[in-house]
Design a protein around this ligand. Structure first.
Ligand code: G3P
Ligand code: MG
Length: 251
């Protein structure tokens, strides 16, 4: 792996997935702080719109798994979502954590001096709108003194909208598998980073990504042995649920 100082896009070698998903409730302010404490320099989070069009930080389409609410995120207003507890399900000491707005999350992450990968995770039919609203927040509050947030998505419509709205922001193409058109798609969408599922990566693909001039960011790596292998192939950034396991493995 390249020296940390030489990583593209201001990345660090380890980023916390949804904060530090194994150590604190995912996609909460407590989770982002935990990621920092456990040694991650960047965090990844998921952005989705409320019914009233506010970007909030939550992974699932529905509220049940990570809050004490019920129903679809996209059917609830921000005011309704803000009444929910997003920490108690994980452990009693996290009771009182809220579903953060994207703005709150970015303010906290910036105050911690971290980088951020904003994954656009739209409800169906809101691909463009979710990207555009998230970018408005990033532009309004992200400090120029920190690396620009990487905006990533599995949804190509979201990346197209992001490219049009904010050509200055680096985009990341999320891939579940080795999709045959990855290179063409990345070029068309103006991406700067490729974000493959780690289990689909090979040494050869990592080399191709690098030769084509893209940063490589892979997820979700929780096994120290796999982390060492991926680092040895030259992957730039490993997204993990447990920075405390992965930072020492590749340090
Ligand atoms: O951005 C990497 C990773 O978070 C993508 O998958 O489902 O955890 O959002 P998911
Ligand atoms: Mg994600």
């Amino acid at each position: 792996m390249r020296d940390a100082g030489a990583l593209p896009l201001g990345l660090t070698r380890v980023a916390g997935h949804r904060g530090a998903k194994l150590r604190a409730p995912e996609n909460t302010l407590a989770g982002f702080k935990a990621a920092k404490r456990l040694g991650a320099g960047w965090v990844e989070l998921d952005a989705k719109l409320t019914r009233d069009g506010i970007p909030v930080v939550i992974h699932d389409e529905t509220l049940e798994r990570t809050t004490d609410g019920a129903g679809r995120v996209g059917s609830a207003t921000l005011a309704e979502i803000r009444r929910l507890d997003a920490g108690r399900w994980f452990a009693p000491e996290f009771a009182g954590e809220k579903v953060p707005t994207l703005e709150e999350a970015l303010r906290l992450i910036a105050a911690e001096g971290m980088g951020v990968n904003v994954e656009i995770k739209p409800c169906p039919g809101r691909e463009r709108e979710t990207a555009e609203a998230s970018i408005r927040v990033i532009r309004a509050i992200w400090p120029r003194t920190l690396p620009a947030p990487i905006v990533s998505s599995f949804k190509r419509a979201s990346l197209e909208a992001a490219q049009a709205a904010a050509p200055e922001l680096p985009l990341g193409l999320l891939l579940e598998e080795h999709e045959a058109d990855w290179r063409e798609a990345a070029e068309r969408l103006g991406c700067k980073a490729i974000h493959p599922n780690w289990s689909a990566l090979t040494a050869g693909w990592v080399a191709e990504i690098r030769q084509a001039g893209y940063a490589s960011v892979t997820w979700t790596v929780n096994d120290p042995e796999a982390a060492r292998r991926l680092a040895g192939w030259g992957v730039d950034c490993l997204i993990t649920d447990a920075p405390d396991l992965i930072v020492p493995a590749i340090g």
